[in-house]
Design a protein around this ligand. Sequence first.
Ligand code: NAD
Length: 477
Amino acid sequence: MSQLEPDQRDTQLVVLGAGPGGYAAAFRAADLGMKVTLVDPEANPGGVCLYRGCIPSKALLHVAALLEEARAASAYGIDFAKPRIDPAGLSAWKDGVVEQLTAGLGGLCKSRKIDYVRGRGVFYDANTIELQSQDTHWQRLRFESCIIATGSRPVLPSELASESPLVMTSTGALELNEVPPTLLVVGGGYIGLELATVYAALGSRVTVVEMTESLLPGVDRDLVRPLAKSLDRRLDEIQLDTSVSELSVKNAKVSVVLESGGSKGPQRSFDRALVAVGRRPNSSGLGLANTKVEIDGRGFIRTDVERRTAEPNVFAIGDVAGDPMLAHKATHEGLVAAEAAAGRRRGFEPAAIPAVVFTDPEIAWCGLTETEATEQAREVQVGRFPWAASGRALTLGRSDGVTKIIAETGSGRMLGAGIVGPRAGELIAEAVVAIEGGLSAEDLALSIHPHPSLSETLMEAAEGVYGLGVHVHKRRR
Ligand code: NAD
């Protein structure tokens, strides 16, 4: 490196953004012996996932599940009194979980001697970041390699935008300032349905408006059906093929006009609205024009298999580098980029990335979906096991689940799996390992699973691929 000016520092690797992608990359690079600087506006690592996403939403979903389970207990002969909900107490507990995790990450950062800078970085050139930070007296950071891990932010179309705190994105909804008597959720995707579940359990009357013809567009219909049935019971209304054509805030109410099939309905009002219509990558405002880094039409940074951009010493990972926008995908990309920056040969080439919608029931899938198999005219065999035939599911009072395995015709090689039911998000990991390991459905069917457990549903679905299955009806000819 050239001579440094007094206001400059140098580092081997700078990571911009300390979410699950960025901090994992920084930690791995430090473990490989690199001198690392991690830059993020928050006091500690964690990013959107820990501060305003996965973790606070899961804490609230846990409480929602508890409330629903207590209500459902009357079917088991147990009646609880109506719960008293203290939003401030609930919020404090959720914030405590976030604090514990982010402080823990801060400690992990320190023990690795990573230089954590609270602020933002903008590219001055392909080897220099300009820092906007109140923590440092130096403003320029010269680096050998950089990993961009700046994540994404909610999309807020102009017709849905409002200055009022009554119109929330997921960030505001997770703060849980109050439980509104009525809530409009715009968007029937991951975020809309998870937060609709939370607010409905806490007592809000929730209306979900989804633009397309079904909830969770793109997800296999047989997996969505049990969830749609459960939401029909819990929510006030689900309006499909519907969008919001006008939105304004009047007299402390959110006033909207819903539009379906080209015709506008009457004006309606809600106490709050949540807009969850997707997220967009944070690739602007980074000074990328001062480098050779390229951006595609959707704003994602273009990368190769090592997550290297068109600027060979600059990498991009996580939400800013393409779909799916999932924390665990970002983490694995981060590890690949860190190792590549440290001079190791690595590639990000997963055979299966799990996706989970943490509703009740949960929906989880990985690898090839049945919808994709049909679209691609792939020769597949599908084994399906209904949870109504699972002893463990019935002891939990939950017969609404389904587990399915998608295998290559002939070889039986595992290509994909889908699960709907409580704990689907935990169960799907077995299918990920099977697909990554090149196992066949028969390997899964022959592996002894503990009884009674929900994991048996994977084994039984795998048997189904071969037309077998102990707990399904077979007509003998
Ligand atoms: P999403 O893409 O999952 O869902 C957005 C939904 O809004 C879609 O169904 C879309 O058809 C609908 N929509 C779009 N415009 C609309 C409009 N004007 N009116 C009504 N409906 C409209 O997006 P999201 O729920 O905002 O989540 C963003 C991303 O965050 C996801 O893609 C996901 O990767 C990630 N995420 C993941 C999890 C998880 O892993 N459990 C949870 C939350 C978010």
